[in-house]
Design a protein around this ligand. Sequence first.
Ligand code: NAD
Length: 321
Amino acid sequence: MIIVPEREIADLMTRAAAFDAVEKVFAAMAADDAYNFPVVREAIGHEDALYGFKGGFDRAGKVLGLKAGGYWPHNLEKRGEINHQSTVFLFDPDTGKAKAMIGGNLLTALRTAAASSVSIKHLAREDAKVMGMIGAGHQATFQLRAALEQRSFEKVIGWNYHPDMLPNIAKIAEEAGLPFEAVDLPGMAEADVIISITSAFAPSLMADHVSAGTHIACMGTDTKGKQEVEAALLAKATVFTDEVAQSVSIGEAQHAVAEGLIAESDVHQLGAVINGTHPGRVSADDITLFDGTGVGLQDLAVAASVVDLAIEKGIAIEVDF
Ligand code: NAD
């Protein structure tokens, strides 16, 4: 069995490898070659922790496993450890034997950023110039860095509920050599691509804040009750997702579906666009919206990729198990 500890991930995993892994697994999901298992999430009644499993099987890539972990809200203050903790376990699909154990914390951020990035590659206008960010927390920096690689952006604009956090994303724009401008929400009309990555339970971005031709990746809503954008925006957009069942139950589409503004059949898999079975953006004026809910297969895909890289570089720890 191979172990790749959390401390090795930053040096091993590249944004390009994460992008490839996620793009391939979205395609496999849409081709019915890969499927996610039902998610388990439990309040364990200890340390106020939420613990769970996200698993799946990718028959095409022969990747079987699960991500176990969750949220321990007191870690930082009590122990100086980060609150989100996860570990990925991979199994040999031919024998069922445990194959690898991989630190999952940084991988979660990289696979989430890769998902919005894949959506930008396949759905944003080629001539997109202005990148808009809603959110400036931990995930936002990963999201922006990956997004900027997808088009020849000339400027980044940003809004955050807590304006004092905006320097986090301004720094990423600066690293990429791009000007950054803080805007109000109506100012998002200037953006060609918008990523929202917040923990909000009420919409910030309204339908009339978004111009024709924009691509929006909604990445923060991964639980019942969360919401980042007005439900009416989904009715104006062509809606895509990683997994339809999650999108309409715990993703951004949950609200538009509940309000009867769109039907489940209006939500399409991004993998179908990758595979060429859905046309994706049809005209330059279309608004496209990717509802990125986060699936276990994304975690397994990037973890399998990291195992390959660790073996290649000779730093995989091998234990008899
Ligand atoms: P964080 O705590 O570092 O940042 C939270 C962000 O939300 C900040 O920008 C904050 O200003 C903003 N915010 C807080 N309250 C708000 C409100 N009422 N209205 C608008 N904005 C508000 O969190 P993070 O690690 O960056 O994660 C952000 C979100 O992404 C979380 O909801 C998390 O669950 C989600 N997430 C999704 C996936 C996925 O696969 N889709 C993966 C990881 C995290």
